[in-house]
Design a protein around this ligand. Structure first.
Ligand code: SAM
Length: 282
């Protein structure tokens, strides 16, 4: 007998009209729906008149209970995996089940649909050719700041999920680490009644959220523009310029630039250009 298929099915992140025709067909036809929270998902299925049985598959039982679903799949039954909202495995349970199923040679088929990170990025107007999804930042300040520090010079657009009660402190940390002027966007309550997309430099975004407590409610995605390498003197740094100035006072320009490059590790042609400008020769 051939194995059944594990379908990984995206469900809406707010607006129920976002469910796909294919998702409905799969949820209707499978033998079992593995759901993050069966009480939550039974309402979704009822809304669409689907009475397929549900079984829990959440982060606390996923590893241990995966075998139950694998047994059914290996017996030839199809199973759909869903989470409370959006795409399973994206900051949601499902990774262990999908991994176990693939290791057992069971076909795993995605049924794509809503996903907050992609919805937010698609409307943000920030570079979308390359981006980094960081999921949820650590809840405590020290851990959050350490993670942000590690991303300070990441050139790709950064995308985070955040809980509403931590939004303000998170934006404050982002302004401190990335600088007040870094472009950012808050995407809140996507596809829902109070959907808001607000793009501002991160310091202004923090102040805007602080001034309106309604912005600290609901679900949100934060996007931050990637780091851009500074140009001109900023790219060289104050310490390298100080070394260059000291050497320029004692040595010919070319020699000073070469020595400054050796001492500071900054590229020689950058220092040479800076030396020309300092001596009014550029
Ligand atoms: N699997 C989901 C997906 O595909 O986006 C994400 C699940 S994760 C547990 C929940 C987080 O996703 C929320 O805290 C929020 O950061 C983000 N999110 C989910 N729905 C959202 C919405 N309608 N608007 C904005 N953010 C949303």
């Amino acid at each position: 007998m051939s194995f059944g298929t594990l379908f990984v099915v995206a469900t809406p992140i707010g607006n129920l009209d976002d469910i796909s025709a294919r998702a409905l067909k799969v949820l209707r036809e499978v033998a079992l729906v593995a759901a993050e929270d069966t009480r939550h998902s039974v309402r979704l299925l009822q809304h669409f008149g689907i009475d397929t049985p549900l079984a829990p598959c959440h982060e606390h039982n996923e590893r241990e209970q995966g075998g139950r679903f694998l047994d059914r799949l290996q017996a030839g039954e199809d199973v759909a995996l869903i989470s409370d909202a959006g795409t399973p495995l994206i900051s949601d349970p499902g990774y262990h089940l999908v991994r176990q199923a693939r290791a057992a040679g069971i076909p795993v088929v995605p049924v794509p649909g809503a996903c907050a990170v992609i919805a937010a990025l698609s409307a943000a107007g920030l570079p979308s050719d390359r981006f980094v999804f960081e999921g949820f930042l650590p809840a405590r300040t020290a851990g959050r700041r350490a993670r942000l520090e590690a991303l300070r010079e990441e050139p790709r657009t950064l995308i985070f999920y955040e809980a509403p009660h931590r939004l303000l402190e998170c934006l404050q940390d982002m302004a401190d680490v990335f600088g007040e002027q870094r472009d950012a966007l808050l995407a809140r309550e996507l596809t829902k009644t109070f959907e808001t997309l607000k793009g501002l430099p991160v310091g202004e975004l923090r102040d805007w959220v602080a001034a309106d407590s309604n912005q600290q409610r609901g679900e949100c995605v934060i996007l931050v523009a990637g780091w851009q390498a500074p140009e001109g003197d900023d790219a060289i740094g104050a310490e390298a310029l100080r070394v260059l100035d000291l050497l320029l006072a004692e040595l010919p320009l070319k020699r000073a630039a070469a020595l400054a490059a050796e001492i500071t590790g900054v590229r020689k042609n950058l220092l040479y250009q800076a030396a020309l400008e300092r001596q009014g020769k550029a």
